[in-house]
Each structure stands twice: as C-alpha cells, then as structure tokens.
Design a protein around this ligand. Structure first.
Ligand code: D5M
Ligand code: FE
Ligand code: ZN
Length: 475
C-alpha cells in the first residue's frame, strides 16, 4: 500500500471509520497533497450523516468522478473485410481487382460535372478530335524529365500517353502515385500528342463531420509491439493505470482504438528472435491481453492488425485468426476487426488502417517523408485509395473487390505504422497518426527513423479537439 494511503486509513480509523477496498484504490491515485484534504472533508461529511463506512461511491461523488451515465458509447462496425475476403487466384484475380478499383473510383468521380463528358481511351484515340476531352484511368507510368512530365494511363479499353507542360499541373502530376485513379482533361496538339490541361482526382468533398452528442473521448493507439524487447511496458502500464484515475478526461474515455502492430510477431524480419522478450505469438498475445484486461470495462476496445500481427500479410487483412483470437475474444468489451475497417463511434465514422502503403509512397514521391505522415494520409484521401501502388513493398491480395478503395468519407482517419505521432485536418476529416509504444529499434536507427513513443492521442468526439498524454519516462 502506498504511504499516503496509509495516512488516510489511519486518519479515518482514528475517527472510527472504515474505508472500503475499492475506495482505497481511488485514494492511491490521488496526489499526496490533495489526499489529506479529501479524507478530512469526507470524514466531516460522514460524521454529519452518522455513517461510518467510506465507500467508492462517496469518493467518486466527492471528487466529481462518478461515472457519467450521459456519456454514450454506441458503436457500429460499418465495414470489416474479414468475411468478404476470397483471395481470387493468379492473373485473373488481379484483373478483377483492378477492374473493381477502376469501376468503384469511376463511380465516385462521376459526381463531378466534368464526368458527364468522359470518353473511353479507345474512342478518344479513334476520333482524334481537337477539342478538350475527358478521360480517366489508372496511372501506368509517370516520368519527369527536365521541363515536361509524361503520364500514361490505362482504362481497360487502351493506354493513353499524355504530356504535361503547365507548371501548376506538373505539381499535381509529380505527386501522382503508380496505379492511382485520375481523370484528365486533354487536347490533341498539332503534332499528334495529347496535352494535359487539367488533372482531377476523386478526392473527398469538404464536409461537416458527424459528431458525438456527448463529450465522450476516444484514445487512438498503435504499434505497441508487445513481445519486442523495445516495447515500453512500464510506460504503457502507466497509461493503462491513468485510464482508471480521477483525471477528468480519463473519466470520459469510452473507446480505445488499436491500429495494428499490437504484437511484434515472430519471423517478421531477419534475426527478430534476438530482439524478442516473448518468443511466440501466443505468449505475446497473452501478455497483450493481460495488459488490456486492466482497462475499465466501460471502455470498448477495437483491435485491427498490422504487418507484425498474426494472420495473412497481404492487404486487406482479416481480423486476428481464430487460432489466436480466443484469448482476446473472451472479453465482451474487445472487438476484433480487419485492416482496413470503418467503425462508427457515437455516429463518428472512424477509418482504421495500419498504413503499410506509406512505405511505398514515401519511397516514390518527392517531398513526402516518414516524419510527416499526415501529408501521406492526405494523398490517400485525395486518391480515395489506401494502397494505390501495386508491386512495391506492400503485399496486396488478388481480391475480386478492391476493398482498399475509400468508398465512404470518414470523419476520423486513423493510421499507424510510421511510429511518429501527427495530426491534421483535411476537408473536415481529422487525420491522426497515433505513434507507437516501442522505443527506437536498431533497424529504425539504421535508416534514420526517429519515433515518438509513449504518447496517447485522445480525441473529444463532440468537439474533435485533440489532446496528448505523455507517458515517456526516458529521453
Ligand atoms: O515499421 C516501423 C517503421 O519502420 C515504419 O516507419 C516503417 C519503417 N519500415 C518498416 N519496414 C521498412 C522497410 N522495409 N524499409 C523502410 N522502412 C521500413 P514496422 O511495421 O513497425 O516494422
Ligand atoms: Fe509498427
Ligand atoms: Zn507496421
């Protein structure tokens, strides 16, 4: 028992009072300076009432931390790939994946007025009109040399090679990602080349976001890497204890969202076994469950996988497979979803995605880097796709439906993977990268990644105000 609590206990006993064990737990979390005052005032009040047991209820009422029943914690899982995964095989599978991507995004862009003038590449090539025409397709190639950018797009009726001269349009062109969907306004030049006169991305409309009616808070976390020698167990446990503390924000938390890499996994990178405290996935998950079990039961916990978690690596990833999920699913307040997933928390739509494709985007796009993850997240929203680049570092499964298309506009877009906290607003969407609870690893040091570990990102779902709670103890 902590020393300050002993003081409270002695004081109460001397006056003929008993303190219930649940009430003691609350006293343990109080600041020493507040404690003496609190206990004296409660004793005075109870003497007046002639009641000689100090209960949890007495303390919670006195401290104003009594559970607020007006805080809603309603959730709906709006999209989860788990049951939709079919994994079509071979080339055919990829053909259907890309044709699904093309038709879904064409539908999204068809809300634009220009889309009424869309023509197929085959028709444009055949008619050779010298008016402006609109075409759409997936980016097949993008080359920039000196003053011109060349774009080749594919709409399944054929390929169109185009040239961008205009400097402003070049800026957009140079940020285009391989296999991203675009609409181009082009005109045939006298020497037979198609000049790009505008680039239109599917993008998201600027919109007022859905908000929670009550001031419920959600905590956004990712990349715990439980099992790794570098998992910051002490800091993470401090955070978990804080969730039960009298802190006014902690009292209003009803949701925790874990965005992948919750465990470090086994055999994920060469010689990983030398960097593991827990050498099997089962032990890692048991450890994770032990820690998460201490979270108050009135908080719903959503867990989505990342590239270190058990199950298939290719996107979209299903929720943790049955072989491993028992230890987590025995808790009624735990919900396992796939990657990506869309959940509604008190009406606020949260898109959860681990963020594997960021590796490919940072690698191929000038001006984007790991330390500005929210800039990459903007690109993803503009392209209305979570993993546009095919054939890079991000494994993609040959699904019949492209579930990485951002069909619905979210209110909060939650990503992890880069281990660096960041937040921003884009067209009414709150972008959050929730960092990590793993110290810098030797691999990250070797490639110059400076993580920001030990920060809990908290959001008021009514106001969308973002707070950080810092649990880092080493600098
Ligand atoms: O990824 C942790 C961090 O390391 C994240 O910023 C991405 C980066 N990372 C991971 N794999 C690679 C490769 N192969 N190249 C470059 N950068 C990488 P995590 O998923 O936790 O291992
Ligand atoms: Fe990670
Ligand atoms: Zn990761």
């Amino acid at each position: 028992m902590k020393k300050n609590v002993t003081y409270a206990l002695d004081y109460a006993l001397n006056k003929g009072f008993q303190i219930h064990p649940d009430a003691l737990k609350i006293l343990e979390d109080l600041d020493v300076n507040d404690l003496k005052d609190v206990i004296k005032q409660i004793v005075r009040e109870k003497i007046r009432q002639k009641r000689y047991l100090i209960s949890q209820d007495d303390l919670e009422s006195f401290l104003g931390i009594k559970e607020d029943s007006s805080l809603e914690n309603e959730h709906r899982i709006l999209f989860d790939p788990t049951s939709k995964i079919t994994s079509a095989e071979g080339i055919d599978g990829f053909n259907s994946l890309f044709s699904s991507r093309f038709s879904k995004l064409k539908k999204i862009i068809s809300n634009r007025p220009e889309a009424k003038l869309l023509k197929s590449i085959k028709l444009v090539m055949a008619t050779k009109s010298d008016n402006d025409v609109y075409v759409c397709g997936l980016v097949f190639e993008r080359n920039s040399d000196r003053n011109v950018t060349r774009l080749k797009i594919d709409d399944s009726t054929g390929f169109l090679e185009t040239i961008v001269f205009d400097k402003d349009i070049q800026k957009i062109a140079n940020e285009l990602l391989q296999d991203q969907f675009v609409m181009l306004k082009v005109r045939l030049s006298k020497n037979g080349g198609f000049i790009v006169r505008d680039i239109i991305l599917p993008d998201i409309p600027d919109h007022p976001s859905n908000r929670s009616k009550s001031e419920t808070y959600a905590v956004f976390l990712s990349d715990l890497h439980v099992g790794s020698k570098f998992f910051m167990e002490k800091e993470f446990n401090d955070f978990i204890s804080w969730l039960s503390s009298p802190d006014p924000i902690a009292r209003k938390i009803r949701f925790v969202i874990l965005c992948g890499d919750v465990v470090d996994g086994v055999g994920i990178y060469p010689n990983q076994d030398k960097e593991l405290d827990y050498p099997t996935v089962e032990e890692q998950l048991k450890k994770l469950e032990e820690v998460l079990n201490k979270i108050p039961k009135n908080i719903k916990i959503f867990i989505s996988p990342g590239n270190h978690d058990p199950g298939r690596r290719a996107l979209p990833q299903p929720a943790f497979p049955e072989k491993y999920n028992g230890v987590l699913l025995k808790h009624e307040n735990f919900f396992l979803v796939g990657n990506p997933a869309l959940v509604s928390l008190n009406g606020v739509k949260v898109l959860i995605y681990h963020g594997q494709s960021i590796d490919d985007i940072v690698k191929t796009t000038p001006g984007l880097s790991y330390d500005t993850p929210t800039k990459v997240m903007r690109q993803l929203l503009k392209s209305r796709h979570l993993s546009p680049i095919y054939g890079g570092l991000t494994p993609t499964a040959p699904e019949i439906e492209d579930m990485m298309v951002i069909d619905e506009v979210p209110d909060i877009f939650h990503v992890g993977h880069v281990h660096i906290v960041g937040f921003d607003m884009y067209r009414g969407v709150l972008l959050i990268n929730s960092g990590t609870w793993q110290k810098q690893t030797p691999f990250q040091a070797s490639i110059g990644i400076m993580p920001t570990p030990g920060l809990a990102v908290l959001v008021n779902l009514k106001t969308f105000k973002v707070y950080y709670q810092d649990f880092k103890t080493e600098f």
